[in-house]
Design a protein around this ligand. Sequence first.
Ligand SMILES: [Zn+2]
Length: 364
Amino acid sequence: MQRSIVAVFLAICAAAGSLYAQQRTRNVILITLDGARTQEIFGGLDQEIFASTDKNFQKTGTYKRFWAETPKNRREKLMPFFWKTLLVSQGSIAGNRELRSSVQTTNQLFFSYPGYSEMLTGEAHDDVIKSNSHPQNPYPSVLDFLQKKLKLNKDQVADFSSWDAFERISTNNPGSFLINAGFMPYESSDREIAALSRAQSATLPAWNGARFDYYTFRFALSHMRQHHPRVIHIGFDETDDWAHEKNYERVLQTLNMTDRFLKEIWDLVQNDPAYKGKTAIIITTDHGRGKTANDWHDHGADVAEAQNIWMAFFSPGVKLRGEWKEAQTIYLNQVPATLCRYLNLDYSEQNPKAGKPIEQLFAE
Ligand SMILES: [Zn+2]
């Protein structure tokens, strides 16, 4: 009798504890690394790809810096903070097919606008959104939903992205929240950030339509410090553009640089009372790419394996750590409902056809 009372008491405590952990999540951060392949995320430097771009690749500083014998050691050299700190003590990652975990897009186009639209609205629309130059997204995003639901002002919801198309992708209602994408200046009272915004206009960009990720990172971080947005998307781009150029060294260097960005974002989240202990983060990508030396740089409906992506999760109250194993496939269209679930909101109110919250994260 007594033992069963104790058991019931413990069960109530556990339930209350987890409810408390979920209720105290006040902010959500979505970070994207455009077209970052599962191969580098889970296995680090890919020798076969590197060799296809440079016969003397083993002589490069990049090779010496990031090469190691095992995939585990290679990825830890490439993204040390992500693999050795974040995923050890703070969260988990799905999508390593070697461990029978798979993450896929539900859109069948495997390029950016359809991918981000699926990720932000919760539903693929392959019949409507079939070009990166598609005009304003006709469908409301999770950013739109959270702004309404949480009654947030223009600065409390934000999208900072390197690619200018986010002005069109992230909302069906332009002007309702802050979007700083492409080469838009970022107004700031911080003199260093203001100087950086001027430098952005003076720097010749590498690509039409996308600025260097460093600007995006610095503006986003500054905005978080000053305005404490409760909902923010930070969209990095260089992993995709360097790959299209078949510049594998830059792809690796970009992943390493992004790892340092992640550390600074995490440090801010840990040290700022507005974020500490009440912020959930999802890090993912919009599409995969080819897996061979012939097509690793490319993606799209005709590129085999470009539907395979990865997704990482960090939040209070979720105990999963490290890599998912033997797990049911999850999908890109589940991102909005999952972000809302962290905040105890129900995204199906906006879109009943959107992917459901990722249940593995919330199972007891
Ligand atoms: Zn691309």
